[in-house]
Design a protein around this ligand. Structure first.
Ligand code: CMX
Length: 470
């Protein structure tokens, strides 16, 4: 249990702390390798925690909402509970309290000193605990046993032209998989609300398990003449995904482990995560909720930026070459900005420093592909873009985000089809948003319904407020 949570519980109610400490000791000692059993064990205490926070702090204000915030994309409004990760503007993401370097150090890896296996992230995100190797292996096995896709899903995808964007094909495939929803069936059968999380857990794990095969099918269909590669049951989740895409290089498997892990979660307010959470709050099942989130991820200001970055870098290289001076590069960036476009891969709605997901990808590149010309171009952009964006005076964060780096690593290992990149992001994102969705239902979070306003309402409200305070 994170220390901060334990401290809070200690303050809230002494009896909780005793119960938590019993739970913690039991779970630390247990060799329980079943994730569902582990979550079931946690549910009563987490419900108590929610109740205690509501009763003790329910009326405490979390801050002011201004008109700017309301019409400015709700930036900075604290309006959602999201347990799996928290984003600090200066420091970047922490998964259940752990930074990326801490996760790299503490979570089980496939090879000594290698990148953590994403199944370890899934366990961590779902429970807040660092799993043992045994727990991670059991989870890998469990996911393998769930990875079955019914034939009609492929038929539905095959009905689309191959030219349909891979994200359209992914979302279509997820929607076709919705026929398998255990939550939808259980709800129709009159499930008690205290048990909602159980079929949501099953749907979420089944969906996470099925996504790599679905995504690999789309890749092989669109780019490799439909030559589909069967799963390899000896491989972990990410390595098997890379294998089904057609990549045998162990370093590409390592890259995929890193990729899936760091893209898994980025707290709750980003478009894809918030959408899954919002749609799920209407008790739409995990397939419906996740498909909705994927449609948000497919937007160029969010997940599609990774495709846009590589396309843009490619354009830079095609137009002015890769051996360019910093001044030539500056001119090109000014040209992009003058044409009314954003520099893809730079900026962030919350972060105010370089994204640690960018940093860990840069470290991977420095270790494995320091001489790659495209990596060198990414490094030059890291030097050149931020001062230009800063000088423009309106960008709140001039630093690179996760998408500024991922494409260059993928193309180095042979995954060069940029339009496919957001699908990789989507498969990865499932682990975070679906872990949270299980907890949304376990905690009984209600349907979301923020208040909207018209211009007239805002004006009248502000005038009357001014009158009152004058
Ligand atoms: N290039 C040029 N202009 C940029 C910019 C960039 N990289 N980032 C922000 N700006 C502009 C905005 O368009 C906005 O301009 P207007 O006032 O004319 O509308 C202004 O700077 C202020 O924006 P901001 O408050 O700094 O940023 P937002 O919170 O509104 O937007 C983001 C954040 C990520 C959408 C934006 O930085 C952007 O468009 N970046 C490029 C696309 C990108 O990399 N997206 C991926 C983000 C990570 C992810 O979600 O996957």
């Amino acid at each position: 249990m994170p220390r901060a949570v334990k401290l809070l519980l200690d303050q809230l109610k002494p009896s909780h702390s005793a119960r938590w400490s019993r739970y913690y000791q039991a779970s630390s000692a247990a060799s329980n390798a079943d994730l569902r059993a582990k979550i079931a064990e946690m549910v009563p205490d987490e419900r108590e925690k929610l109740k205690a926070i509501k009763s003790k702090y329910g009326k405490v204000s979390l801050g002011e909402t201004t008109v700017d915030m309301a019409i400015g994309g709700m930036r900075g409004i604290k309006g959602m509970l999201w347990e799996t990760s928290l984003l600090d503007p200066e420091e970047g993401i922490r998964f259940r309290g752990m930074s990326i370097p801490e996760c790299q150090k503490k979570l089980p890896a496939a090879i000594p000193g290698g990148e953590p296996i994403p199944e370890g992230f899934l366990w961590l995100l779902s429970t807040g605990e660092v799993p043992t190797k045994e727990q991670v292996n059991a989870l890998s096995e469990d996911l393998r046993s769930r990875a079955k896709i019914p034939g009609h899903v492929f038929d539905v995808i095959n009905a689309l032209p191959k030219t349909a964007h891979p994200m359209t094909q992914l979302t279509t495939g997820i929607m076709a998989l919705q026929t398998e929803s255990e939550f939808a069936k259980a709800y129709e059968g009159g499930l008690h609300k205290s048990k909602y999380w159980e079929p949501v857990y099953e749907d979420s794990m089944n969906l996470i398990a099925r996504l790599p095969e679905l995504a690999a099918y789309i890749y092989r269909r669109v780019y490799k003449g439909g030559d589909v590669i069967a799963a390899d049951s000896s491989l972990d989740y990410a390595a098997n995904f890379a294998h089904m895409l057609g990549f045998k290089d162990e370093l590409m498997h390592e890259l995929m482990r890193l990729y899936v892990s760091i893209h898994s979660d980025h707290e709750g307010g980003n478009v894809s995560a918030h959408t899954v959470h919002l749609v799920g709050s209407a008790l739409s099942d995990p397939y419906l909720s996740f498909a909705a989130g994927m449609n948000g991820l497919a937007g160029p200001l969010h997940g599609l930026a990774n495709q846009e970055v590589l396309r843009w870098i490619q354009q830079v290289v095609d137009e002015i070459g890769s051996e360019v001076s910093l001044d030539q590069l500056k001119d090109y960036i000014h040209k992009t900005l003058k044409s009314g476009r954003v520099v893809p891969g730079f900026g962030h709605a919350v972060l105010r420093k370089t994204d640690p997901r960018y940093i860990c990808q840069r470290e991977f590149a420095l270790k494995h592909l320091p001489e790659d010309p495209m990596f060198k171009m990414v490094s030059k952009l890291f030097e050149v873009v931020p001062p230009i964006l800063l000088a423009g005076g309106k960008v709140k964060n001039p630093w690179p985000n996760v998408d500024a780096h991922s494409g260059v690593l993928l193309q180095y290992y042979g995954l060069k089809e940029q339009n496919y990149y957001t699908v990789l992001f989507g498969v990865s994102r499932a682990m975070g948003v679906l872990s949270q969705l299980i907890w949304d239902r376990a905690l009984g979070l209600p349907i979301e319904r923020p208040k909207s306003m018209t211009f007239e309402y805002i004006e009248n409200y502000c005038k009357s407020k001014a009158g009152m305070t004058a």
